[in-house]
Design a protein around this ligand. Sequence first.
Ligand code: ARG
Length: 480
Amino acid sequence: MTANHEPSSPSAKTWSGRFSEPVAELVKRYTASVFFDRRMAEQDIRGSLAHARMLARQGIIADTDLAAIERGMARIADEIARGEFVWDIDGEDVHLNIERRLTALAGDAGKRLHTGRSRNDQVATDIRLWLRDAIDRILALIAEFQRRLLDAAEAHADTAMPGFTHLQVAQPVTFGHHLLAYYEMTRRDAERFADCRRRTNRLPLGAAALAGTSYPIDRESVAADLGFEDICRNSLDAVSDRDFAIEFCAASALLMTHLSRLSEEIILWMSPRVGFIDLADRFCTGSSIMPQKKNPDVPELVRGKTGRVNGHLVALLTLMKGQPLAYNKDNQEDKEPLFDTADTVIDTLRIYADMIGGIQVRAGNMRAALAQGHATATDLADYLVKKGLPFRDAHEAVALAVREAETRGCDLSRLGFDELKAALAPVPGAAGRLGSDALAALTVEGSLAARAHAGGAAPAAVRAAIAVARAALAQANPIP
Ligand code: ARG
C-alpha cells in the first residue's frame, strides 16, 4: 500500500491521540482490513450519506456541512470507480480511508460526519447492505438456473432412465423427473436466502459504539432511507452479532451441497462406464499426458468448492461462539469468509445455469441400462396385488421370476408369458392371476405411466410439475 493523500506518519492515525508510541509495522499490517473490506466502499458511502442526511435533518450538522459531505462523497465514489483512489494501510480499514479522504476534500464538514456514529455500527451497517445486495444477486441467479433446469426437464420429460437406490438400478424414472428433484432442492434454497434477507435487512446505525448516542438521532428515517425493513432494536446486539452472516453461509452451504450432489451425478453419468450424458467441451479439460481424456473439471470443482463454503460456515460459527458482548475485533475476520462464500456461490450458479443447457443426453444408453436391472419387478408385484394376491406373496413370486431371468441371463421384462407363469408357479395363487396384460405392466412405459400422481415419475406428472414450477418462478416475489 502506498501513501495516501495525507502523510502516513504514525501521528496521522485517526485515534492516535492517547498513544505515546507508533504502532509497530507488523501490528499495523496484522490489524488492517482495508485490503479486503474496501469491497464495501460503495455501501460505506451509501450508509454515510444516509447518516449525514439524518444529522442535517435533525439539526445536528448544518445543511452546508451536508452539501460539502455530498460533494466530497461523489468525488470519492468517482475516484474509486476510476481506480484512482489511493487505499492506505495507515487508514486501517475502508471506513477510515474514506473518512480521511472526505476530510481532505471537505475540511471540517468531513470531520463532522462521524458525529453520533462509531465504526462499530458503521461496519455492521455496511456488511448488511453488502450482503443484501449479494442475496439479491443470488436469488436472481437461482431463478435463472431453475429456468434452464426446467427447460432441460421439459425436453426430457419422456426420456426413461433408471432410478437408483444404493446406486443399484431400482425403478424407471425419466431424466426430466430426476432433474426436477434438483428444482425442488434449489426452491427451498431460494426460500432460505429470502428468509435470511429479512433478518439481514435491519439497521444497526444509531447503536454507535455499543450503548447508543446522546445526539437526537432519528434511526427510523435512516432505515427508510437505506431500504431497511426495520432497525436493530438493541444497541449491544446491533454492533456485535453476525448471525445474519452465519445464516447466509448456512444457506450457501446447503445450496452448494445440492449442487455438489448434482455434480457427483454428472461426473458419474459422464463416465464412459455409464455413458448417460456428455458435457459440452467448454466445461471440460484435457489431460497433459493422456491425449484421449475429457475430464469433467467444472462439476468436480463445484464438489470441491462445496468443502470451502462449508468451511466458511464453520469459521464464522467459531468466530462468534466465544465473544462477550459487545463488539470485538474478532468480527473483522467475518468478511473474508463471507465475501468468498458469496463469490463462490455466485460463480457456481452462473456456470451451472450454462452447464445444464450444455448436457447432451444419451437416451439409448439410459434405456439400455434400464434393461439390465429388472427395473420393473415392483410393477409385476403390483400387478399381482391388483389381481388380489397379498403383497408379501406377490413379492416372493416375483423374486422367483427374477431368479429365473438371472438364470437365463436376461432381464425380467424379457421373459415370455409361459416362462413367467412357470416361474411364479411355486407361490400359491400367483400364476393363476397372471393375465396377458401382465407383460405390458412390465414395460418401462407401463411402469412410468402408472405413476401419474402428483410428484410421480410419469411423463404426464413431470409435465404438470414443470407447469407448476414455471408459474411459481414467473410470479416469484420481486425483491422489495
Ligand atoms: N475494521 C473493523 C471491522 O471490520 C471496523 C470496526 C472497528 N472498530 C473498532 N472499534 N476497532 O470490524
